[in-house]
Design a protein around this ligand. Sequence first.
Ligand code: SAH
Ligand code: DHB
Ligand code: MG
Length: 223
Amino acid sequence: MSDPEPLWEEVDRYFESALLPADPVLDECLRSSAAAGLPDIQVSPPQGMLLHLLARAFRARRILEVGTLGGYSGICLARALPADGRLLTLELEPKHADVARKNFERAGVSGKVEIRLGPARVSMEQLVADRPEPFDLVFLDADKQNTWAYFQGALRITRPGSVIVVDNVVRHGGLVDAKSADPNVVGMREMVDALAHEPRVRATGIQTVGGKGYDGFVLALVL
Ligand code: SAH
Ligand code: DHB
Ligand code: MG
């Protein structure tokens, strides 16, 4: 007999039906991403709404995302922007970027969104060198090994009061295994341990359960 569905999946569906508006654009984003063979690893609908609400609450006008995939979290973030707001999203895979570009068009946010192709460490270095107007919110959600490098880059292109959110920090609890050889775990531990010695941020870690299983995120305020 198969395991019963965890209760938190049902609770996520309840929150989704009770609190989240019907959203044909996000539905189509998921459908087109699956049809193109993209991995099913975008944020859950309640998590997407959390990103949207954070961006609105912090009145973000410039948002940086690392890891576009099919554009699901990007749509949630871009919709929070004012008319003159901008989302820059970094993606390695041209195929993911193509799917995302169509989804940003369907969502009516293409005018506010730029997808920059290539390894995010390279894109980040170029971005830092360009000395852009500071980003108000940064969402780190690409390859987990490079998370601390992305975080350090983010610190150079944000300002006091900016917020940095890091996805997939907990990974079913693997985070607490100091001897783990999993590069995702090693990368996240490197970030958390480095944050302890980083005077420029105040941060916390929050564990989550839901449609995406047991995971968690780090939220950091740039001081
Ligand atoms: N933020 C998305 C999910 C991102 S999944 C959402 O929630 O909707 C992680 C993405 O990071 C994938 O599309 C993957 O191709 C991309 N990625 C992996 N390594 C990368 C790298 N070195 N540089 C840029 N993007 C990378
Ligand atoms: C993976 C990446 C993610 O960004 C995510 O939310 C879940 C899983 C992964 O690489 O497996
Ligand atoms: Mg993620």
